[in-house]
Design a protein around this ligand. Structure first.
Ligand code: FPP
Length: 258
């Protein structure tokens, strides 16, 4: 990681403050503000999405280099189907283009690509491209890159309940672990850190089960402006926090007793 960072840069200073022994295992990001970024430049909304691809690259590359185990990006929600057809098809086009351009880089960096969401609502062509990327990267053992597409947290929970019933799990055998193993993220650690761009304080139906104990970090930066520096700032801030999981705060150290 250090080799890729310019000497004397803000990134280098931030990297020096990262405790690599306490990295968040899973980082989830709500990418927001593409439309506002474009609007402020008098550009069509799709230009904001196009510019956001560079931020996707930065987030994926930086997380993988740092040694984060899982990165989940919220690219398209179930609610996003309500957007105009032209915007939806532009987003799908960008996704296909991203996969074609970045597949080799995912392979080189040992990244496993995984789609979460209601895939049957996506076009056959998009599904085929996504599946190809999943199959080609399936043997990779480094970071898992989940992309949430046609994703809704409530829908995922309902789907997990259906899977429990289909699997014939009896009411007495339903517990948190049986439930979690039927979510799209089965087998993955829950997000420790949830990042949202563009200053909005909402979780927007994202990973509702999995973010139960996540630390939330919100930046005013719009997604197309998001770079490695923001990710490092979020990690440094996360590492300053005292995660208690509902327990009491660690007792203050008494003076003279270390
Ligand atoms: C939110 O901005 C962003 C999205 C709904 C889509 C994010 C998609 C990309 C960055 C490009 C494709 C993704 C990949 C992984 C290749 P918004 O449109 O809601 O912005 P606004 O709130 O300012 O209107």
């Amino acid at each position: 990681m250090l080799a890729a960072v310019p000497a004397g840069s803000a990134e280098e200073a931030l990297l020096g403050r990262v405790d690599f022994a306490r990295l968040p295992r899973h980082i989830a990001i709500i990418m927001d503000g593409n439309g506002r970024w474009a609007g402020s430049r008098h550009l069509p909304r799709v230009e904001g999405h196009r510019a956001g691809i560079e931020s996707v690259r930065a987030a994926v590359e930086t997380s993988a280099r740092l040694g984060v185990q899982v990165l989940t990006l919220y690219a398209f929600s179930v609610e996003n189907w309500k957007r105009p057809d032209t915007e939806v098809s532009a987003l799908m086009g960008l996704l296909k283009r991203y996969l074609r351009l970045e597949l080799n880089s995912l392979l080189r960096n040992d990244i496993r690509f995984h789609v979460i969401g209601e895939r049957d609502r996506l076009s056959r062509e998009v599904c085929r491209e996504l599946e190809q990327a999943e199959v080609r990267t399936a043997g990779n053992t480094g970071m898992i890159f989940n992309i949430a597409l046609s994703y809704g947290g409530r829908a995922e929970i309902v789907e997990a309940a259906r899977r429990l019933i289909r699997d014939g799990v009896t009411a007495d055998a339903v517990d948190e672990s049986a439930f979690a193993s039927r979510l799209y993220t089965a087998g993955q650690p829950d997000p420790d850190l949830l990042i949202r761009t563009s200053g909005e304080m909402r979780v927007s139906n994202f990973l509702l089960w999995q973010i139960a104990y996540a630390e939330i970090w919100v930046t005013d930066a719009l997604w197309p402006d998001f770079r490695a520096r923001h990710l490092l700032e979020a990690i440094v801030d996360y590492q300053r926090r005292d995660r208690r999981y509902g327990a009491i705060a660690s007792p203050p150290v008494e003076v003279g007793k270390a």
